[in-house]
Design a protein around this ligand. Structure first.
Ligand SMILES: Cc1ncc(COP(=O)(O)O)c(C=O)c1O
Length: 380
């Protein structure tokens, strides 16, 4: 008797259960009564009236969908306006909007990583960078985390076009990449630097202009940024920023641009409204960083282990995947939503609670969150 085609899944499920790594989807209600330290809404903009109004107006004016791929009917005047606004705000010559940050990373790495090229990728890079490297025809060398000397060595050993790629802020521990040192290593060998500023935009740099702006690298002719519109901008979508000739090349060569329906007008309108807000209220970036520093300071003073945050992500170590899940559930039971990272999402196998330091949290909310995390902490 032939085996059913999905029988092998049962074995994979059992292994996952034994390791305490089963993931489940939980839908949230629009009016749920939880303090949110789990989302990526760093600046608290996703429900800001100006942002939801921007999204709603765009949908009413342009429709619910963009109707086609960007090269056919999917480029509205609003897409062009957002691209110009993003490039100007972050300090780059040009920008291109994608349907997600994931698609933006795949685009940059596949279109810039030609067959004879080398991509040098930090071991802590986001999954979308890992997948971009896998999809590109280039050879990829993964180097130890935040190690510019390792990048230098890899570039030195390669003859031909090359690029180094790194998150600007790493999503697991919230630490920042050594961008000036990475740029120096790249420049020594004529390599490009591609930086995913998903967690830097809105939080780092003057008024939230991002990690590359903070490092004085925005707009350089050998630097490319990838972004998501789904974190600080409170919307959805992604972008690649860089020299105009790079952006033109992506329009012609990046498959996740060419063969994907353009970003929905509502997401474009929401992101544009958020960008205008950040420009008008530049203090939000500093407030997000201050909340992160405060969360970290109070939790570590009480004996918990957490990496010092360079942006708005605070990661607190948990003793095991099971205890991380139970800790997050206890926080939730007390009214606090926190993220929970565990293998295989963490490269080093260490499970963590992941806290988002939102710019719109009050002092009372920060104190209450700290008290709740400490009260529910595993005792072992
Ligand atoms: C560092 C990083 N890059 C890229 C992405 C993907 O962005 P998006 O969610 O817009 O696809 C994320 C988000 O989840 C991220 O954390």
């Amino acid at each position: 008797m032939p085996r059913a085609p999905f029988d092998w899944i049962d074995g994979a499920t059992e292994r996952r259960e034994r390791a305490g790594l089963v993931r489940v989807l939980r839908s949230r209600a629009a009016d749920q009564d939880l303090l949110d330290l789990a989302s990526n809404d760093y600046l608290g903009l996703t429900r800001h009236p100006a942002v939801t109004r921007g999204a709603a107006d765009a949908a009413l004016r342009w429709g619910a969908g963009s109707t086609g791929s960007r090269l056919v009917t999917g480029t509205t005047a609003l897409h062009t306006e957002l691209e110009e606004a993003l490039a100007r705000f972050c300090g780059f010559e040009a920008a291109l909007v994608f349907s997600s940050g994931y698609a933006a990373n795949l685009a940059a790495l596949t279109a810039l990583g030609e067959r004879d090229a080398l991509i040098v990728s930090d071991a802590g890079n986001h999954a979308s960078i890992v997948d971009g490297c896998r999809l590109s025809r280039a050879q990829t060398e993964v180097v130890p985390h935040a190690d510019p000397e390792a990048v230098r060595k890899a570039l030195d050993a390669h003859d031909g076009p090359a690029l180094a790629v790194s998150d600007s802020v790493f999503s697991v521990d919230g630490d920042a990449a050594p961008l000036p040192e990475l740029a120096a290593a790249c420049r020594e060998f004529g390599a490009a630097l591609v930086v995913d500023d998903a967690h830097g935009l809105g939080v780092l740099g003057e008024g939230g202009r991002g990690g590359l702006h903070a490092a004085g690298l925005a707009g350089a002719d050998d630097v490319v940024a990838t972004l998501t519109l789904s974190k600080s901008l409170g919307s959805q979508g992604g972008a690649v920023l860089g020299p105009a000739r790079v952006i033109q090349h992506l329009v012609n060569a990046a498959r996740t641009f060419i063969f994907d329906t353009g970003l929905a007008p509502a997401a474009v309108g929401g992101a544009l409204a958020a960008l205008r807000l950040i420009e008008a209220e530049p203090e939000r970036a500093g407030r997000a960083r201050a909340v992160a520093a405060e969360l970290h300071g109070r939790l570590t003073a009480a004996g918990l282990q957490a990496a010092r945050p360079d942006a708005a992500v605070v990661s607190v170590r948990a003793p095991s995947p099971e205890q991380a899940v139970a800790w997050a559930a206890d926080c939730r039971g007390a009214g606090l939503a926190v993220g929970c990272f565990r293998p295989p999402s963490v490269p080093d196998g260490i499970s963590r609670l992941r806290l988002t330091a939102r710019a719109d949290l009050t002092q009372d909310q920060v104190q209450w969150a700290v008290d709740t995390i400490l009260r529910t902490a595993p005792t072992a």
